[in-house]
Design a protein around this ligand. Structure first.
Ligand SMILES: *Cc1c(COP(=O)(O)O)cnc(C)c1O
Length: 423
């Protein structure tokens, strides 16, 4: 059974000050999880997690992870600006992007972040812009299909990312010629894996590649970046990954492949997003309408603008009706938002307790790829974000959008003053 990290009593207090909808994050859970990850990889001297900023670009959340020793993985100009504002620089920044605009490479170079190239042709592109830095990384795509023991699979051959094997070899040679001294290898082969095998499998592939690249090009490989992809159990029946088992699985591959090759001082990096935060966020909403037509509908004051995953991927997000945790789940509902899009449904045919108007609805696992994926379709405004601190007090870490935010990009136009008068 999935239990919210806040109680109904806490939420009743919180909504007196902060109206729904909002995302709320659990500082205690975030810190404990980050510490466990660090412990799981403590066998590796250079281990570092570079939190994937795209999963939750809130500076208050990132600063918690910073205190826990995490760097940042950025992939756009604004993510780099945010990292800079938080005081990150140099080796604390990984820049893993693709189809990269020139200004983003320039900004990453200015911050002295580690650049992870997505394509062979980016070598010349970067060289012309900023020159090749001393430390550089390349993203590998093995092609074909990638399968793990328990049936999880993905199709790297259909993915737009990375270098082929031949390009990795030629790319490392070319980068070396252009002055690079220290090399990294990166790969991301499957997303949201519920399996303790994903990282060890990926590590095996990348460790063997590292040995081959060293032998064929003579470069010094400094780190191997396992990137993101460790999943979380969105469904109550799914079993959470065991990060300790994952860490030991990677260690076994490291000791079998890299240590005998004399490469035992390579650092392991990760770029986790979902695993760092998803379970430690809830979207809190109020049931404001019920509708009885061919199906039973509950309308919330939140919509896909606040959480897009169900509309975009059909993803399951668990729902708790606060105060009715033990009531029988004997009503079948579609739980919807207010967008003029029929895919704006947080749940379809979900068995839930009877929902009354005004009930508080907690949508689970919104800490990563939740608020961050939101948009402004239908002119809907994005919700606030709150932080439940370790001392149980609550702090607003992003205000809800207001109409003036939505119209701000018209501030040059003759219509803006007329709109401004109305808000
Ligand atoms: C999205 C992304 C991540 C994080 O992925 P999660 O599934 O959230 O762990 C890490 N690295 C890169 C390059 C990404 O694009």
């Amino acid at each position: 059974m999935k239990k919210p990290f806040v109680t109904k009593e806490q939420l009743d207090e919180i909504i007196k000050e902060f109206p729904t909808p909002f995302h709320i994050y659990d500082e205690k859970g975030i810190r404990e999880n980050a510490r466990k990850l660090k412990e799981a990889f403590s066998w590796n001297k250079g281990f570092k997690e570079y939190f994937a900023v795209k999963a939750n670009p809130n500076p208050y959340i990132i600063s918690i992870l910073k205190e826990e020793g995490c760097g940042v993985d950025c992939s756009s100009l604004t993510e780099l600006i945010l990292a800079q504002a938080l005081g990150y620089s140099g080796e604390e920044i990984m820049f893993s992007s693709n189809a990269t605009p020139a200004e983003e490479f320039i900004k990453a170079a200015e911050l002295k972040g580690t650049i992870n190239l997505d394509d062979f042709t980016h070598i010349e592109f970067l060289d012309k812009l900023t020159g090749i830095p001393e430390t550089i990384s390349c993203r590998y795509n093995p092609g074909g299909t990638f399968e793990i023991a328990n049936g999880i699979m993905d199709n790297p051959g259909d993915a737009k990312y990375g270098f082929t094997k031949v390009q990795m070899i030629e790319g490392f040679k070319l980068l070396k010629e252009k002055g690079a001294k220290y090399f990294g290898i990166h790969s991301f082969l499957a997303s949201n894996t519920i399996s303790n095998e994903y990282y060890p499998n990926l590590a095996g592939i990348l460790f063997n590649l590292a040995v081959e690249l060293r032998d064929k090009t003579g470069v010094e490989i400094k780190f191997i970046n396992l990137s993101g992809g460790i999943g979380v159990p969105y469904k109550p029946e799914e079993k959470a990954n065991d990060i300790m088992v994952i860490g030991q699985g990677v260690r076994k591959a490291f000791e079998e492949i890299l240590v005998p090759a004399g490469m035992g001082d390579i650092a392991i990096y990760t770029e986790l997003g979902r695993y760092m935060l998803a379970p430690y966020g809830h979207l809190v909403s109020t049931a404001i309408h019920e509708k009885h037509i061919y199906k039973e509908y509950i309308g919330l004051d939140a919509c896909a603008v606040d959480l897009m995953r169900p509309a975009m991927y059909g993803s399951y997000h668990h729902i708790t009706v606060m105060g009715k945790e033990d009531a029988p789940k004997n009503h079948k509902y579609d739980v919807t938002g207010s967008l003029c899009e029929n895919n704006d449904k947080f749940a379809i045919d979900r068995m839930l307790p009877k929902i009354d108007m005004g009930d508080l609805i907690v949508i689970h696992d919104t800490g990563a790829h939740g608020y961050a994926m939101g948009y402004n379709y239908n002119g809907k405004l994005k919700s606030a974000e709150l932080l439940l601190k370790e001392d149980k007090t609550v702090k607003m870490i992003r205000r809800a959008e207001r109409p003036e935010d939505y119209f701000a990009t018209l501030d040059f136009s003759e219509y803006f003053n007329a709109i401004d008068d109305k808000i």
